[in-house]
Design a protein. Structure first.
Length: 418
């Protein structure tokens, strides 16, 4: 009887709705307009790279497209001191472990100053600024991972980023392998949504932390983790590359891992060839747990593959080095390419028919992809200028954007919702 009454009420409601002139004439509410801005971070005088001993200046701008504009940081922006430029970013916010190393911070750079939205003191697990990796599991669950203070264990903490509460923490069942002394500092973490798997990439080292010389195991490892229980389901020693890019800083400084539309996982890595590090772009196919044997989407690498950003449709914006020109952060030895993960080829980016000159600066994310515009913005510190170029995904055309005033070295660009 109850279900019959409910059905009758629903039918009556539907009938009334269909016959209402007011409802038929009601306009469809417009989609909310999302606007964006860019946070530019520079260092005065020289390259910042790993920002431990450098003062960075950050400035928010609404657009990077005007080629006639030169952005000056003199008396503008803010010098970031209590917080680091090594951050996790999502939507409107930065998330990080600040310099104090005692809490998790949710921040917003607003009105050209860093504002604390919420902070959460550590509970059991403690982390150092700059030295951790992360993965998003859903919109509001952020997983932080790192090795402990002695680099013997891998610790983890889950945060609800809505209110920054700690929803879980613990230690993975990973131990230092026999014959080695410590684990790599942070490793790299990725979450595959299609089958609810976490991939933690790490390796073992012989020397103790802080040693000037290290001896790593020849191939890094893949720990496959259940994100609900945080149990290590499988541990694999890969056969395709020696190290992951950015293993000490996770993805705080540079993007090194991504998924394509089919949920295939790609990771920037490298191996030593004639005592020089040569980059590779490896793939774990959807449903698989180990890298695809023999697959390397960037076989033309001249040095380390530093950052990768997926642009859709098999295209990747890559920033890499040329060992023949130099390998230090100040060398003008780095260049941008578009990698095609299907054909496993790369094309160096050019402007007006001429390849964009080599840039200086290795560490840090000097590019960003605005998916709303389908345009990628990337910064170049050439021998003659500091400039942002724009790559249009639909046309493949490169145009010039804003310039950076002389005396400042471009280090980072981030995209945020207003």
């Amino acid at each position: 009887m109850f279900y019959s009454l409910v059905a009758a009420l629903m039918l009556g409601t539907a009938f009334t709705s269909c016959s209402s002139d007011d409802d038929k004439n009601s306009p469809t509410p417009p989609e909310p307009v999302v606007t964006y801005h860019y946070d530019l971070t520079v260092v005065a005088g020289n390259h910042g790279g790993m920002s431990k001993d450098k003062s960075h200046i950050t400035l928010s701008v609404t657009s990077l497209s005007d080629a006639t504009q030169t952005i000056s940081f003199e008396g503008k922006g803010a010098e970031i001191t209590n917080y680091t430029m090594e951050s996790i970013t999502d939507g409107k916010y930065y998330y990080q472990v600040p310099v104090s190393g005692d809490r998790f911070s949710k921040l917003q750079f607003k009105g050209n100053k860093m504002t604390v939205v919420q902070e959460q003191k550590f509970k059991e697990n403690t982390y150092k600024a700059r030295n951790y990796t992360h993965a998003w599991m859903g919109d509001n669950t952020l997983l932080i991972m790192s090795t402990d203070g002695e680099h013997k264990k891998v610790i983890w903490t889950k945060l609800n980023t809505t209110d920054m509460t700690i929803t879980g923490e613990g230690t993975l069942s990973i131990n230092v392998a026999e014959g080695y002394n410590v684990l790599t500092t942070s490793g790299v973490l990725a979450y595959r949504k299609s089958d609810n798997k976490l991939f933690y990439f790490y390796y073992n080292k012989k020397e103790t932390s802080g040693s000037s010389k290290t001896s790593n195991e020849p191939f890094f490892r893949i720990a496959v983790v259940n994100p609900q229980t945080m149990a290590v389901e499988q541990e694999i020693v890969n056969k395709e590359a020696a190290q992951m890019t950015g293993s000490a800083y996770g993805e705080l400084l540079q993007q090194t891992v991504f998924f394509d539309e089919a949920d295939n996982l790609y990771l920037s890595a490298f191996s030593s060839v004639n005592k020089k590090n040569i980059g590779k772009l490896l793939r774990i196919k959807k449903g698989a747990l180990d890298f695809e044997e023999g697959y390397n989407a960037f076989p033309e690498a001249k040095g380390k593959l530093l950052t990768v950003q997926y642009l859709g449709n098999g295209k990747v914006l890559a920033y890499s080095g040329d060992n023949a020109v130099g390998t230090s952060i100040g060398d003008v030895a780095y260049y941008y390419s578009i990698i095609d993960v299907n054909s496993k080829t790369s094309t160096r980016l050019a402007y007006n028919g001429t390849e964009i000159p080599y840039s200086s600066g290795s560490f840090s994310q000097r590019s960003v992809f605005n998916a709303n515009e389908k345009r990628a913005y990337f910064g170049v510190n050439t021998a003659d200028e500091q400039c942002i170029y724009i790559y249009d995904v639909a046309t493949g055309k490169v145009t010039k954007g804003v310039s950076i005033a002389a005396g400042y070295y471009f280090d980072q660009i981030r995209l945020f919702e207003d």
